[in-house]
Ligand binder design. Structure first.
Ligand code: HEM
Length: 457
């Protein structure tokens, strides 16, 4: 049957025609992303991964899979792994119809104009100042920015969700426990196990003591915020969701908030960690200088109008994007034509940012090099923006994009307008990309950076 399938004619390794087990092996051993990337380098923009799964790497494929009809194809059952409190949220909803209704209930809170409101910006700025104080507490000593950047991301997202009941993990050790609980566990094997063997995973989970479940402490915090009668500020997501209590129950609100909290912490924390680490390497000294000059020479401008800062953040998100893996979708009834080839209904299709950001060297020349300047060139700007898949595309793209950009830019502005950074001399921790179920983080989850104040700041 596999040999007669239209997928048999697609490029890909022979094993992928015979069985999906090799792909599962690559997933369990954390090699999925790199294996797919190597296959694209060998076979081009279309690669068969298993008898029922194909990976694409082109703008045509992005448009068809993620943007056609507004939201592209429905998500696969893989996303059911991301339910909270046994209830769906916008990330884990599979079909477009239910998703669109749920998203409309709060999406205005994440629009650029909402995120750029003075109340939101001043709160994020305060957390950036707390980050700076934490990292420079002991003059001349290195700070583990992996931990503090995850604290920063948690404080920022809970501010946007729940202010004035957000967390302050940069200054409060009890709140910091939630970062340790959420950001230090290995999720890959347990979640793939749950995906491929749901019944066995459910039995084992019931046997497991509650103490060992991921995120219990953070989940209780979110539930308390939802059930609490105290008002939150008008700009918060919770305020908006609570106003729709006539149609959504507490558990759905909590599932939504928990998802934003989880989606907001590792993504922004890891992206910033890779970026600040890269900027702190000796070869990045000219980039740091250029960034510092822009920040001090345009200190009166809003951080959103600074082209070099914008280019540095985008290049960081291109090179070290925190969700570099495939975003799986299911081909609709009757099948579809993608990149000129017919793909039957129910085939799993996807693109991965890691490959889109590297494969076509006409779009991204010298793709392994960190070159913010590429984002300042006018030639090729459309193609670069089309292939920039960090936040995905279409109606299921990241809702937190503007908040994440605000957090990243404000933090870099706070650091590099007054400080220079370098990697601590004795640092042995690996900063290699370590894949989790959908995101990637620095392998050793440690990053020692020394902050030095500029003489005139
Ligand atoms: C640098 C930081 C971030 C990156 C790289 C990132 C990336 C992404 C990507 C690639 C997706 C699509 C996932 C898929 O289709 O499987 C996504 C979706 C999503 N992101 Fe983010 N994200 C970031 C920050 C945030 C933040 C701060 C929030 C906080 C609210 C957030 C909330 C979400 C949600 C709720 C979705 C699901 C959207 C939907 O299906 O409608 N993200 N993000």
């Amino acid at each position: 049957r596999n040999l007669r399938s239209p997928l048999a004619r697609l490029p890909g390794p022979y094993i992928s025609l015979v069985s999906g087990l090799y792909l599962v092996y690559k997933e369990y051993t954390r090699q999925r992303r790199l294996w797919i990337h190597e296959l694209h380098l060998k076979y081009g923009p279309i690669v068969r991964l298993s008898p029922n799964e194909v990976s694409f790497a082109s703008w045509d494929a992005i448009k068809e899979i993620y943007v056609s009809g507004g939201s592209g194809y429905d998500k696969t059952s893989f996303y059911s792994l991301f339910e909270n409190f046994g209830t769906k949220n916008v990330f884990s909803m599979l079909d477009k119809g239910t998703h669109a209704v749920a998203k409309r209930r709060f999406i205005d809170r994440y629009n650029k104009s909402s995120v750029m409101q003075p109340d939101v910006v001043s709160g994020i700025r305060e957390h950036a100042a707390n980050f700076m104080s934490k990292c420079t507490e002991i003059s001349g000593e290195s700070a583990n920015i992996y931990l503090y950047l995850h604290c920063y991301a948690l404080d920022c997202i809970t501010y946007h969700l729940f202010h004035p009941h957000g967390l302050h993990s940069l200054i409060d050790a009890a709140d910091r426990e939630k970062v340790i609980e959420l950001s230090y566990r290995d999720t890959l094997k347990s979640q793939y196990f749950q995906y491929y063997m749901p019944t066995l995973a459910a039995i084992l989970s019931r046997l497991k003591s509650r103490r060992h479940r991921r995120g219990d402490n953070a989940a209780s915090y979110v539930l308390e915020r939802v059930r609490d009668h105290a008002e939150t500020e008008p700009f918060t997501v919770l305020r908006k969701l609570k106003a729709r209590r006539d149609v959504i129950g507490d558990l759905s609100i909590a599932s939504e908030c928990m998802d934003h909290l989880a989606a907001g912490i590792d993504t922004t924390g890891d992206a910033l960690c890779f970026l600040v680490h890269h900027l702190s390497l000796p070869e990045s000294a000219p980039i740091q200088r250029k960034l510092h000059d822009e920040l001090v020479n345009h200190s009166g401008d809003t951080f959103d109008d600074l082209p070099y800062l914008d280019a540095v953040v985008k290049e960081g998100l291109r090179c070290f994007t925190s969700i570099p893996m495939s975003l799986p979708r299911k081909v609709p009834r009757d099948g579809r034509t993608i990149e000129g080839v017919f793909i039957p209904a129910n085939t799993i299709v996807s693109c991965q940012a890691y490959t889109l950001h590297r494969l076509d060297e006409e779009v991204f020349p010298n793709p392994e090099e960190f070159q913010p300047e590429r984002w300042l060139e006018s030639t090729g700007v459309t193609a670069r923006n089309q292939m920039f898949f960090t936040f995905s595309a279409g109606g299921r793209a990241c809702i937190g994009k503007h908040l994440a950009m605000l957090e990243m830019k404000l933090l870099l502005q706070t650091i590099y307008s007054s400080y220079s950074t370098k990697v601590c001399e004795g640092m042995t921790a690996s900063m290699e990309l370590d894949d989790q179920i959908i995101s990637s983080r620095p392998k050793d989850q440690k990053c020692a950076i020394v902050f030095e104040r500029h003489p005139h700041s």
